[in-house]
Design a protein around this ligand. Structure first.
Ligand code: DGI
Ligand code: FE
Ligand code: FE
Length: 203
């Protein structure tokens, strides 16, 4: 595995470690989730190019962001106990949210990723957080705009915005997500709200 961070360093998706990783993920995830994973990885690299950020980390975090998604809710709860993760109210009501935190732990333990920047991007890819790094924003945004995502209101505008202004894209996505969650009547993670408030002030 590559260590450290080299801005705009080139890499090959045929790199032995990345190929091994893709193979493992294709077995661990269902077909649709694996297609989404590749879509996020390629979209994250494209956003990294557009914004002058490290492409390798974008690809790696994109590949791994949903690695815990296909674990059952029951097993997610068990894993949280094992790793001393205390569930907040949103996570307790909707254990699917835990795939982000568990995904970061599994990226380190199962897939041997040491780079904290990559692990944090995985950890915060669902709720976001205030004051995110470029890589964290890129993964959050790539997750929403990758080509396999079903068409959502405003998605074409969000896609073009993402390549020009990450903070503006964050606001558009968070606004849509909060409207969707409110319509569904589910409990909203306070971190999602905080992230929206933070980026609304930033733009
Ligand atoms: O894992 P993905 O489906 O690719 O995308 P994701 O990690 O962004 O997860 C999306 C799901 O998470 C979607 O069903 C909305 C939900 N979500 C995002 N923020 C919140 C939330 N669900 C709740 N209950 N509260 C939130 O704040
Ligand atoms: Fe996810
Ligand atoms: Fe995803």
């Amino acid at each position: 595995m590559r260590e450290g961070k080299v801005i705009l360093c080139t890499f090959s998706t045929e790199d032995d470690y990345l190929r091994l990783l893709s193979g493992q993920l294709s077995e661990e995830l269902d077909k649709k989730r694996y297609a989404h994973t590749l879509g996020v990885a390629y979209t994250a690299v494209s956003l990294a190019m557009a914004h002058g950020t490290d492409m390798y980390n974008a690809y790696l975090a994109g590949l791994l962001h949903d690695n815990a998604k296909c674990i059952s809710s029951e097993k997610k709860r068990k894993l949280c106990k094992k790793y001393d993760i205390v569930l907040n109210e949103a996570e307790d009501k909707n254990p699917d949210l835990l795939h982000a935190k568990l995904g970061a732990i599994r990226a380190r333990e199962k897939y041997h990723v040491e780079d904290r920047a990559v692990l944090e991007a995985i950890k915060y890819h669902t709720t976001g957080k205030p004051a995110m790094t470029e890589l964290e924003k890129i993964i959050y945004i790539a997750d929403y705009i990758e080509p396999n995502r079903k068409m959502l209101p405003g998605l074409p505008e969000i896609r073009t915005t993402a390549f020009r202004d990450l903070n503006r894209a964050m606001v558009l996505i968070l606004k849509n997500t909060l409207a969707y969650l409110r319509e569904k009547g589910v409990f909203i993670d306070p971190m999602t709200l905080e992230t929206y408030e933070y980026y609304k002030e930033e733009i």
